[in-house]
Design a protein around this ligand. Structure first.
Ligand SMILES: Cc1cc2nc3c(=O)[nH]c(=O)nc-3n(C[C@H](O)[C@H](O)[C@H](O)COP(=O)(O)O)c2cc1C
Length: 396
């Protein structure tokens, strides 16, 4: 009765619209929107429209192949799934759906610190190429315990997110009644009741099985029901972190260390000097700091500074395969996908995530063909041009 056929979606924008119908407004907007005036959110998309790709005709492009090699492993596509703490609220055990689809597509999956499925469960039940995203809490020792757990569970990379020293200012959450701590009021209760598909297949299913979802990676000191964020959030933000904290992680973590949330060549250099194996050029999908540059805008400068000595990953606002190709042509090694795969999980669990990945696969392949390329390695800056035309920002 509540099943949605992911084949009815023709692109990730359709997946988003289907998810919008299914989710309570407070939850949809929590995922979809940005922060403050949402300038960064809009600019993330608009920046792609200012980059044009140059076609090459009459080239035999019949052997198109988008496999890449990353950290010594081969992957079938130049994308990975980004860490998103909300996945388990959008779909019942949504992290498992994301991880399974990533494994089937042979791309990495990044599990967020705040996930509602534990890192051990994801590793034991799914496997594949797993990365663990770490937030450093005010009690750093507790964060170090997570690092030890991730090591034991066999995660291949630690993705340390550094772009949230303080809480961001998402005013729509307050307007929607999604406040901390969460309390039921007439507005948000009605919002839930008028979205029975989500109520029964996600919230209801948790309530009759494991109870209200919790952040399962959190130690007992911080673990609370998902909706009670107040005290946990206070302890989970840390405005006194420094580069020395990264050095400590480097000493503790034998696998690949990736720093997420870099937006300048200077910070990229610092991360590498501290032993990072890679960086994620990211403004958190426009969710944190509204005056930030779009990652795709700062990417060329960062590639010029450190591209020869590190792995450069980028995210924020990638909705089409052509967006991915633009980043690769500018010198990135990999693109993380956040909201698009979340929408897929929302509407149809693993099949929905697979559909989102399929869109990127087909669109990357099509873009390569127009550019006269058979391999990702052929992409370079001669294939694109920045143009300064007026644009119509898209709303996603
Ligand atoms: C709902 C939601 C939750 C997120 N949670 C986290 C998180 O827990 N840790 C993190 O490093 N990034 C988090 N992010 C940011 C993503 O990892 C990624 O940087 C961003 O979504 C990429 O932009 P896109 O959604 O436009 O693809 C979150 C993003 C969304 C939309």
């Amino acid at each position: 009765m509540f099943k949605i056929n992911p084949s009815d979606a023709q692109n990730v924008h359709d997946l988003r619209m289907m998810a919008k119908k299914r989710l309570p407004k407070w939850l949809f907007e929590f995922v979809d929107r940005g922060t403050e005036d949402e300038v960064a959110l809009r600019n993330n998309r608009a920046a792609f429209e200012r980059i044009k790709l140059k076609t090459q005709v009459l080239v035999d492009v019949s052997k198109r192949d988008q496999r890449i090699s990353l950290f010594g492993k081969s992957h079938d596509m130049p994308i990975a799934i980004a860490p998103t703490g909300a996945a388990g609220m959008l779909a019942y055990k949504g992290e498992l759906a994301l991880a399974r689809a990533a494994k089937a597509a042979n791309i990495p999956f990044t599990l967020a610190t705040g996930s509602t499925t534990s890192m051990e469960d994801v590793a034991n039940l799914v496997g594949g190429t797993l990365w663990f995203q770490l937030y450093m809490w005010s009690d750093v020792k507790l964060s170090h315990m997570l690092v030890e757990r991730a090591k034991r569970a066999g995660y291949e990379a630690l993705v340390v997110t550094v772009d949230g020293p303080v809480n961001t200012n998402r005013e729509y959450n307050v307007r929607n009644g999604f406040t901390a701590p969460f309390s039921y009021n007439r507005k948000n209760t009605l919002d839930v009741l008028t979205h029975p598909a989500w109520l029964l297949t996600v919230l209801g299913r948790y309530l009759v099985t494991t109870g209200m979802p919790k952040r399962e990676n959190y130690p007992t000191e911080l673990k609370e029901r998902y909706t009670q964020v107040s005290s946990a959030e206070r302890k989970t933000k840390n405005d006194s972190l420094s580069w020395d904290d990264l050095s400590i992680l480097r000493d503790m973590w034998p696998g690949k260390l990736i720093v997420k949330g870099i937006l300048t060549p200077q910070d990229a250099e610092r991360a590498i000097a501290k032993g990072a194996d890679g960086i994620v050029v990211s403004n958190h999908g426009g969710r944190n700091f509204d005056s930030s540059m779009a990652p795709i805008e700062v990417l060329p400068g960062i590639v010029d500074a450190v591209g020869h000595k590190t792995t450069i990953i980028v995210d924020s606002g990638f909705r089409r395969g052509s967006d991915v190709v633009k980043a690769l042509a500018l010198g990135a090694n990999l693109v993380l996908i956040g909201r698009s795969t979340l929408w897929g999980a929302t509407i149809a669990q693993e099949a929905g995530v697979a559909r989102a990945i399929q869109f990127y696969h087909e669109e990357i392949s099509r873009t390569l063909a127009y550019l006269g390329c058979n391999h990702i390695a052929e992409l370079n800056r001669n294939l694109l041009e920045f143009v300064d035309t007026p644009h119509m920002p898209l709303a996603m």
